[in-house]
Design a protein around this ligand. Structure first.
Ligand code: FES
Length: 173
C-alpha cells in the first residue's frame, strides 16, 4: 500500500520561481491525486495530504491541485477558506494549541491566551517573526477533566498554569 510522505520527508527547491520547484509541486500533487482516485471527499483529502506534505497550502500548490483535478481555483480556494484546519501561511517549528472549549475556558484557557498576547505578542493564528512558534486555539481536545489543556506539536499539556506556559515557551528554540 502506498503512503503519503510526511512533511519531514519533503525537500522542495528553495527557489519558488524555478521550473524545478513547479515541477516538484506538480509531481507531488499528481501523486496525491492518484492516491485518492475514486475516494469520496477527494478534494478535501488532496488538500489535507498536500498540507501534510508541504506544511501549508501556498498559492502554487492550490493552482496545481486545481489544474490536476480540473476543479476551478475558486472552488479550491472556497474549500480552503471554509475549513479552519487549512492554512495558506507557513506555521512555526512549534505549534501551540490552546483549548478554548467550555471546561478549559472556565478553568483558565483564556488566561493562557492573555499571556501569549501580553508576553509574546501572539494572537491566535500568529507566528513569531523568527518562525519558532505559532499560536492556535481549538474547541475541546477531549481531555476536559485535565482543563485547561494545551498541546505543543500534538503533545498534551494538562492543567496548564500561567507560569507553566511561560516555562514551556521559554524552552523553545
Ligand atoms: S474543553 Fe478543553 S479539553 Fe475539553
Amino acid at each position: 500500500m502506498q503512503t503519503v510522505k510526511s512533511s519531514a520527508e519533503l525537500e522542495l527547491p528553495a527557489d519558488k520561481d524555478s521550473a524545478e520547484y513547479t515541477a516538484r509541486i506538480l509531481k507531488d500533487v499528481n501523486e496525491i491525486v492518484d492516491l485518492n482516485t475514486g475516494k469520496s471527499g477527494r478534494l478535501i483529502r488532496v488538500l489535507q495530504q498536500s498540507q501534510e506534505r508541504v506544511g501549508y497550502l501556498p498559492p502554487e500548490v492550490l493552482t496545481a491541485i486545481s489544474q490536476v483535478m480540473k476543479v476551478p481555483i475558486s472552488e479550491v480556494n472556497g474549500v480552503v477558506s471554509f475549513y479552519n484546519f487549512f492554512t495558506t501561511v507557513p506555521k512555526g517549528k512549534y505549534v501551540l494549541q490552546v483549548c478554548l472549549g467550555t471546561a478549559c475556558y472556565v478553568r483558565g484557557g483564556q488566561r493562557i491566551l492573555d499571556i501569549m498576547k501580553k508576553d509574546y505578542h501572539l494572537e491566535p493564528g500568529d507566528t513569531t517573526p523568527d518562525g519558532v512558534l505559532s499560536l492556535e486555539t481549538v474547541r475541546c481536545l477531549g481531555a476536559c477533566a485535565l482543563a485547561p489543556v494545551a498541546t505543543l506539536n500534538g503533545q498534551v499539556h494538562r492543567r496548564v498554569k500561567p507560569t507553566g506556559i511561560k516555562e514551556l515557551v521559554s524552552r523553545l528554540r
